[in-house]
Structure formats: C-alpha cells, structure tokens
Design a protein around this ligand. Structure first.
Ligand SMILES: Cc1ncc(COP(=O)(O)O)c(C=O)c1O
Length: 414
C-alpha cells in the first residue's frame, strides 16, 4: 500500500492551477520529484560540488566517491551488481544513440538486419533507421496485433543476417508490458539454425520506474532509461551494457576523460567502458538525484507502486469506457498494461480535449506521443493519453472524467 498522503512529499502538488488542485496525469512524459531527491541534490551541490575523476583535492575525491556510489545504487536498482555495467547518460534517447554509435558503427555492416517493432518511440526507431542508412543495412519491422502482441511468426526475414533487435519494455502509447524473456527466447530460437546470436536492446523508459526490472533475468544486452521519468532530474539517465560484450563497444563522444593517451598524431582511448563512454564532465548532481530517486522508489517498494498503478488504471479504464464515444487504443484488460491509457473521445480533437482539461487543472498529453509510425498505421493523427504514477489517486481520475464531460458539453457530443 502507498501512503495516502504521499502527495505531501512532492512540493509541486501544493500549488493550484487556475485555482484548481493540480491533477497530474502526464507521468509517461515526465514524473515529479519528491522532496527527498531535491534535498539530496541540494546537499551535494552545497557541500561536495567539484569535478570528478580529475582532481586530487578533498572535494574532487569526495565528489568522485559520491558519483561512483550513485552508479552502484542505480546499477543495483536495475538488477546488476556490476557497477561498471551502468553508464550515466543524459537519458533514454542519449543511451539509444550511444548504442547506435558505439556498438552499431563497429558491428553493423552492409546487408545486416536490424529489427524493431512498429510501436517504438522515435528515440528507439530513428537511431536504428539512421544506422541502417549509414551502413547500407536493412531495417525490418515487427508488426503487432490488436492486443499489441509482437507477430514474430509473421516475420519474413533472413535470420542469418539478424544483428540487432530493439524494442520497448512498455509501450508509451499502448501501455502494454511486453514479455521480454519470451520475445528474446523466440527470436534467438529463429536464429539458432544459422548459429547467429543477435544483440538485444530494451527501451526501459516506461518500465524501470514502474515495476522491478532485473536486466540479468531479462537476458538483454542493453537497457536504456531516463531519470526524469522516475522522480529524478532532467538530463540524467542510464544505459546498462552486459559486460560480456564490452569488447564489442567502440566510442561515442570524444573528449576529456575518455582517453588513455593523446599525441598530436594518435589517440588511445580508455579501456574501461564507463570512462570511455562518459566523455567530458558528467552530470554529477543528476547522478546523485537519480540514485536518490532509486532509494526513494525502493523505500516505497516497486511492487506497491505497480499494484497502485494497476488498481487506478482499472478504475480509470472502467470510468472511461462508460463514457459514450470513447475509443480506447490497445487492450482494455489492464492485466498486461502499465498505468497509461491512450484514448479518443469521438467528436473532440485530442488537443482541444487536453486544453479544456487543463482549465480544470488536469494535465494529460495529446499528440502522437513520439510514435508517429503507429498512428499512421492506424490512420490516426493524434490521440489523448492519461498516465498514472505512484502519487495519483481516485480524485485525479474523477477530475479527468468530469473534465471530459465538460468537453463533451462544449463540443455538443452525447
Ligand atoms: C518508450 C520511450 N522511449 C524513449 C523515450 C525517450 O526518453 P527521453 O526523452 O527521456 O530521452 C520515451 C519518452 O517519452 C519513451 O516513452
């Protein structure tokens, strides 16, 4: 159970929006930061701020220790006890681009196949689209059925050429939680006759903060995620890389901190992956905030968070379905979903719906949610999305429903 007063731990909920309580249902885009996280960042910035890994004065050593401890905490949060498998990045988008450059440029060649699903966020689509273009490789697409299951048996591709598979853990448009282990297993089985093992990239932007994710048991090679979607600051995120494939990793960005030696005519890069991939001064206070967020979420309990979301998602689904003209996208059974529901109300453009809801203090998202290909396939331009997190309650859902009723009156929809 989550404490009923949890909103009190988030200062942002003390304010009113247009004189109404803030009903924040845009958590799939960004979550709010609790006081604990803000306090830890404040403590770091006011007591220990200094550049890391470079100086040998007190503050620099202390700051480096704090930064590396943050790495341990975050690594542990995603299920690895090897801190070097966790690279700090600026977020999921940065992590995915990193893989495309540092792994992709080194390992993808002409004619190779990269496989992605049709429900990927642009951040887990465009890096592969561009990698395929750079290398003259082929980008193939996994289609999904109405319940969002991957249609792996419909794939008509040359599995002997398959090098990389990238897909999302939880769809940010349909909320479906993919069965990662099964997907990995069945693709590996299709590759077996050719003695080929592709690398697997999991986009954890919508999963890591909502339920316990254990990279080791999922069997993927890479996991990308963002801090701002898990109660941490903007501009920080993580990338897990399985150490068994460290020797397949090249470079991403070039600059200070990622080198062994530099001469005017040659450069040698650091053999330690965390150093080689974190060029330049890292976002130390971001890492501190991300680690603090992991501790905060662990204290509440990831199981409690997911139970809470599911309970609210089921209430929200039932209430939305009772409204005439509601179209729900993705499965209506919340059993395999996280706490986000994408919908449309017939006769009300999603942007207008979001604007009317805003006047009631209700924040939802309207648009294509950075998943244009799926919207195009459905012949849709935009949809509305309400997404829940640990601090939401039934009153937030009631405010959403009465805001929708208000919009229906304005648009004269029954
Ligand atoms: C599934 C998914 N992947 C990737 C991203 C990109 O995350 P960021 O913008 O934090 O890099 C998002 C953001 O909405 C997402 O929902």
């Amino acid at each position: 159970m989550i404490d009923k007063n949890i909103k009190k731990q988030f200062k942002i909920f003390q304010q009113k929006v247009y004189g109404k309580p803030l009903r924040y249902l845009d958590n799939a885009a960004t979550t709010q930061m609790p006081n604990d996280v803000l306090n830890e960042i404040f403590e770091y910035e006011t007591k220990y701020r200094a550049n890391v890994k470079r100086g040998n004065h007190y503050l620099s050593e202390k700051s480096t220790e704090i930064y590396e401890n943050a790495r341990k905490t975050v690594a542990d949060f995603i299920g690895t006890n090897i801190p070097d498998e966790l690279i700090f990045t600026s977020g999921a988008t940065d992590s995915l681009n990193l893989i495309a450059r540092a792994w992709g440029d080194k390992n993808i060649s002409e004619g190779d196949i990269i496989l992605v699903s049709e429900i990927e966020h642009h951040s887990n689509f465009i890096p592969w689209f561009e990698l395929a273009k750079r290398k003259n490789a082929k980008l193939e697409i996994i289609k999904v059925d109405n319940d969002c299951n991957f249609l792996l048996n419909d794939l008509d591709i040359d599995f002997s050429k398959l090098k990389l598979v990238a897909f999302t853990h939880v769809s940010n448009v349909l909320g479906v939680v993919n069965n990662v282990k099964n997907i990995v297993k069945s693709i590996k089985k299709k590759c077996e006759p050719f003695d080929v093992t592709p690398r697997f990239v999991l986009d954890g932007a919508q999963s890591v903060s909502h339920f316990g994710v254990n990279v080791k048991s999922l069997g993927v090679d890479f996991l990308a995620f963002s801090g701002h979607k898990m109660c941490a600051p903007f501009g920080i995120g993580g990338l897990y890389i399985n150490r068994d494939i460290f020797d397949e990793i090249g470079e991403y960005k070039y600059g200070g901190g990622m080198i062994d030696s530099v001469f005017l005519d040659k450069c040698k890069y650091n053999s330690k992956v965390t150093n080689r991939l974190e060029a330049g001064t890292p976002n130390v206070s971001g890492a501190v905030g991300l680690a603090a967020a992991c501790k905060f979420l662990n204290n509440i309990g990831l199981d409690n968070i997911f139970d809470h979301e599911k309970e609210l998602a089921s209430i929200m689904m039932n209430k939305l379905r009772k409204i005439n003209e509601t179209i729900i996208y993705g499965p209506v059974d919340v059993k395999h979903k996280s706490g986000l529901i994408t919908f449309n109300i017939g006769g009300i453009p999603p942007h207008d719906l979001a604007t009317i809801l805003d006047t009631e203090g209700v924040a939802i998202r309207s648009g294509h949610h950075c998943v244009m290909p799926w919207h195009m396939e459905q012949d849709l331009k935009t949809t509305a999305r309400a997404s829940l997190y640990l601090y939401n309650d039934e009153e937030d859902i009631d405010a959403l429903i009465s805001g929708i009723q208000k919009a229906k009156k304005i648009f004269k929809v029954n």
